[in-house]
Design a protein around this ligand. Structure first.
Ligand code: AMP
Length: 585
């Protein structure tokens, strides 16, 4: 098959914005293509050479593509660069440059799809010294045999931006029309969702029809598209939707990981199917320690933890770990994480996607021996809205975003790549951003562990309520202290130690050490939330909650100029909360 046929199809696709027309154009083309070549054609249509999860990408910089265009078309670099400034699309630049090309047909041979694809593969594979020149040379060679339309789409494939408006879903529509029927669309989509590989689905359909795609199953080391959740705003609504009873789990605030385990090897993929194995060697080691299966695919949320307070940290902390090639070891120390597993998709070679949720949970429990770094998500099967609300409060108290409700009905399968009501998220509704620092009083402390052994690991902080003459807790503070601060705190707090909770302190939390409320520290937090465990302005917003400062950090400033009763008041914090309250979607 000639690349020209594909370019002609792209020209027609480009000329329409109607999804229906696109489907027809593609379906007609798919029927014409050789089954052995359809896979390549499908990837190229997406501006790719392989499925998303394959790390090998074409990725040639625009600058290099322009060089190749200038060289192969004879148009001259300055002409090409000027054109690029005007058009902003290497495809149009190539098209125009090649329109003016003086034909030197003597050595040109028509581009076949296979040769084009194999040359593009060679471009993607070349790396190291001299690879840039080689890439430009290979690209120029392709272009020198191209028509202006072919040059346009070759350049676009290489940038990865086809600008055709064809989504994966349109390709699936067209594949179903071309090789099965519209009614079989679901089966075709399912094959894509469990394999994440549009090329594979196309090839199976072209070669073996519907039976072919029905044979596509979840496979270890090939990530599947993640199941997604709908959203609702009350446990009552959720329970009604779920038929009266469902499982509720903590909704952790981190990075979703899909772990593939095979004969002792572990690979990790993100929700977008990027491979993250090398960025989380500690998670890989944790899974090797805790998994008891020859092969498995499990899913969980990777959450950053503060080893001093034992609390979860803002999920952004995990992002320090992503995209790193160097310094991974340091990042592991600075940003320790915990993996909370919540699903099992494959166990010892068996595809579990069609099993109801609780069976998958059982499978998960049967193959994981949890430890400190790899655990199972907190879960409760509940039928009462009050109990669900109480569980929600616990989740918030433990630093989670809210709850995930999961259907436990017979049909509660793992619906890869789908957002539906089998999973419903119930998030914290109220939170308020903090723009200002606050001055909080130290009322208690927790013993340090690890690097902080012998020092305080975290401090229990409070606001002051002048009406009741009480100190009310708002936060556990563990961040922002350097070694000198930690040593200073030991000395500064020594005279304030009291054997038990001071009579002016209101706390629902048990600290290891208690102090007379005197020392004031300046603290910056990310947001003010409701919490059942902190006593600041308790009951003012909701009967069962007080206010809490999330992700507090010591600014470095000891407010020696203030005494305990001059700290930020509970009423002030309530006003700050109300002033910045926003409804979070
Ligand atoms: P959202 O990103 O707000 O749409 O919520 C869905 C995300 O919550 C999922 O993609 C997971 O990354 C995350 N998540 C946290 N805890 C759970 C859990 N127990 N079950 C499923 N997903 C969870």
């Amino acid at each position: 098959m000639l690349f020209r046929e594909l370019a002609d199809t792209y020209e027609r696709l480009e000329a329409t914005s109607s999804r229906l027309e696109m489907t027809d154009i593609l379906a007609e083309a798919f029927r014409r293509f050789e089954p052995s070549e359809i896979r390549m054609a499908v990837y190229l249509t997406q501006g790719q050479l392989y499925p998303d999860f394959n790390p090998l990408k074409l990725g040639m910089a625009d600058k290099m593509i322009l060089k190749a265009i200038a060289f192969a078309s004879g148009a001259g670099e300055s002409f090409v660069q000027e054109l690029m400034l005007k058009e902003g699309d290497p495809g149009i630049v190539a098209q125009k440059a090649f329109q003016n090309k003086k034909q030197t047909t003597l050595f040109s041979e028509p581009l076949t799809l296979r040769r084009t694809y194999e040359t593009l593969e060679a471009i993607a594979r070349s790396e190291g010294g001299g690879s840039q020149d080689l890439k430009i040379k290979l690209m120029s060679k392709l272009l020198s045999n191209a028509s202006s339309s072919e040059a346009k789409f070759l350049s676009r494939v290489i940038t990865g931006r086809m600008r055709l408006g064809v989504s994966s879903m349109t390709v699936l529509d067209a594949l179903a029309v071309a090789f099965a029927s519209k009614e079989d669309r679901d089966a075709v989509e399912r094959a894509f969702n469990v394999s994440s590989d549009l090329g594979l689905v196309a090839e199976e359909l072209a070669l073996h029809g519907l039976e072919g795609v029905k044979g596509i199953h979840v496979k270890v080391n090939r990530p599947l598209r993640a199941m997604l959740a709908e959203r609702m705003s009350s446990p009552e609504e959720i329970l009604e939707k779920m038929g009266g009873t469902c499982a509720f789990e903590y909704k952790y605030d981190g990075v979703r990981l899909q772990a593939h385990i095979c004969n002792g090897e572990v690979r990790l993929f993100s929700r977008k199917l990027d491979e993250l194995t090398s960025q989380f060697p500690d998670v890989v080691a944790g899974l090797k320690r805790t998994m008891r299966a020859e092969s498995a695919i499990v899913e969980g949320e990777c959450v950053p933890v503060d080893t001093n307070t034992g609390e979860f940290l803002p999920f952004q902390e995990v992002s320090h770990r992503r995209g790193r090639k160097y310094g991974v070891e340091e990042a592991i120390e600075d940003y320790p994480v915990k993996l909370c597993l919540f699903d099992c998709i494959l166990k010892n070679g068996e595809d579990l996607t069609d099993r109801p949720f609780l069976q998958r949970r059982e499978a998960l429990m049967s193959i994981v021996e949890p430890d400190d770094s790899v655990t199972l998500s907190e879960i409760r099967v509940l039928s009462s809205a009050e109990e669900a609300q109480a569980f929600f409060q616990e989740a918030i108290k433990d630093g989670c975003e809210g709850l995930m409700a999961k259907s436990i009905a017979d049909g509660s399968v793992y619906r890869a790549g789908n957002r539906g009501f089998l999973w419903i998220k119930y998030k914290k509704e109220y939170r308020s951003e903090m723009n200002d620092t606050v001055d909080l009083v130290v009322v208690g402390a927790f013993a340090g562990r690890g690097k902080r052994k012998g020092f305080y690991g975290a401090l229990l902080m409070a606001t002051y309520d002048p009406d009741a003459d009480r100190f009310e807790t708002v936060s556990k503070l563990g961040s922002g202290f350097d070694d000198a601060n930690l040593a200073a705190l030991l000395e500064m707090l020594a005279p304030d130690r009291v054997p038990e909770k001071h009579h002016l302190v209101d706390s629902r939390m048990e600290a290891d050490f208690w102090f007379q409320p005197r020392l004031v520290l300046e603290v910056r937090g990310a947001e003010i939330t409701l919490s059942p465990i902190h006593t600041c302005s308790f009951g003012s917003v909701r009967p069962d909650s007080g206010l809490a400062i999330r992700f507090p950090r010591f600014t470095g400033r000891f407010r020696d100029d203030k005494e305990g009763r001059e700290a930020t008041t509970s009423q002030e914090l309530l006003a700050m909360y109300q002033a910045q309250l926003k409804r979070v979607e």
